[in-house]
Design a protein around this ligand. Sequence first.
Ligand code: TNX
Length: 618
Amino acid sequence: MKRIFLLLFVVASVPVFAQHDPYMCIIPAPVSVKKAKGDFKLTSETIVLADSPSNRAVKFFAAYLKKAGLGNSITDLTILDKDHRDMKNAITLSVNFKGDQPEEGYELNITPDHITINGRNAGLFYGVQTLMQLIQKDGNGNATIPCGYIKDYPRFKYRGMHLDVSRHFFDVDFVKQYIDLMASYKLNNFHWHLTDDQGWRIEIKKYPKLTTVGSLRAQTKIGRAAGVDSELYDNTPYGGFYTQDQVKDIVDYATQRYVNVIPEIEMPGHSVAAMAAYPELSCDPKKTYKVRETWGVSEDDVYCPTEENFKFSTDVLNEVMDMFPGQYIHIGGDEVPKDAWKTSDFCKQLIDDRGLKDVNGLQSYFIARIEKYVNSQGRSIIGWDEILDGGLAPNATVMSWRGETGGISAAQQGHDVIMTPGSGGMYFDHTQQKSPQEPFSIGGNAPLSKTYAYDPLPAALDKEQQKHILGVQANLWTEYIATPEKAEYMLLPRMLALAEVAWTPLANKDFRNFSQDRIPHHLGRFDKEGINYRVPTAIGAMDTSVIGARFKVELSSPVEGAKVYYTLDGYTPRETDVYYTTPLDIIVPPKNTMHLKTIVINPSGKRSIVTDMKMENK
Ligand code: TNX
């Protein structure tokens, strides 16, 4: 506990749902926003005009309006004469406007009579997302949109969010909701971690045992990795996988939302589930392998770089490439313990035959061969930064997760890079606050502020090298995330910080404005939509010890519609306690100690952790 010596302690507070927010509560903050007076009233009479009615963004908006009960008829603008194009109470979505715009950029103009969005491809879609964020519904089904003019485009072209479905499986509906969330915050690459030691989750027709055997584990470790905390298991079989039809459905769903899906098929490490199904993929086929029931890196069980294995891996990749039309295939490459290779006669011979230096050279040989095949099919590989060991495959893109070092070195070698450093707050399996009240997690601490502060462009790179930084991604590893509710809790609100890191120009980033003026509004919406998230602690609440006789404390709610309850009697606050309405003036008698404890409880009953400000008057 920090000890702060103060006599009078004042916490500045701000009106939470600031009408005066310069960014109109939009996340990620746009490049430029000019607010104007008045509102556009969105009713079931509002007409939507489009010069490209079959465009994905237009269809998406029409579906949204229909669901919201706000009409859905789209009128083809091109068949209207000039006079009708400026009709009142209309929204125009246009791809055929004059002039240029940055990639994925849009312009949105809202006046009391008319709304226009100009944008091409993803740009129009992002203009629609911004417009949807601006819609304010009242209880009577009426909707208004504040007037303004927005010009916007992204800082980075790669804006990614990862989901590990191997350690725990998440069903099709959840994955679609994840993609929806990504799209509404202008993230455009969904990295789907489909295979790992603990489960193979994608149907491969040529190798059915990958799912009949490889998707099932007999039980799951309770608590941390075996040997760390305990040797307790839940004695409950666990499994799940996606059929090829389900995968195609998800890819199509994502495409409609301008989200590219990048499948990850791990090799040569993190492959125990595949070897449980097909032991011949290993260097020791006589051994029995079982789908891993605990976490951490499998000591020595990795693929053997045999011809048989290359045949298997390329067969699998063929089916994967049929399901995923995007440019990138992620082939893993991380955490490959090489003990099995060191003791294998086959590997020793191969190292000699190919004139390789050592087992690292073998890893590099493995990845380069896979890359050559993927490239021959017109695609590109991404690998975790370990693919740098022993030399990078010629065209590979590197995902830098062990800090930025790997990414910096890859960019210096002229390779494309995606930054996703755990040390930069990009690991959403880390906790959001160091507190025993937070749910069990893998360790590490990545509070919202840390994620928000990350800048993917390392100063160590010159301007030319920086061009290789395609963008940024956050990862949700799920060893300790077994339910959709917990996945949402770990994801939100940090994913909104990621969106701003990836999209917003540095000059427009402002954590106070983001966390206090804009986040509360978005969390209030999640609540209405039934999406779980971590309820932040009250704005202005301290969780530390302070010394003094009198404390003035101003608090505000971090969630629109939520209340801040508090106690001064040492008890844990709950909904039966008083809630905050006006600033507190707390007087601590001499030689006494008081506690100000707060909790935030939102309309659906979700609660924050409890803060405890210990006030001592010595
Ligand atoms: C490292 S990030 C891993 C994953 C774990 C994760 C847990 C990476 C390439 N490998 O296998 O799930 O840490 O934080």
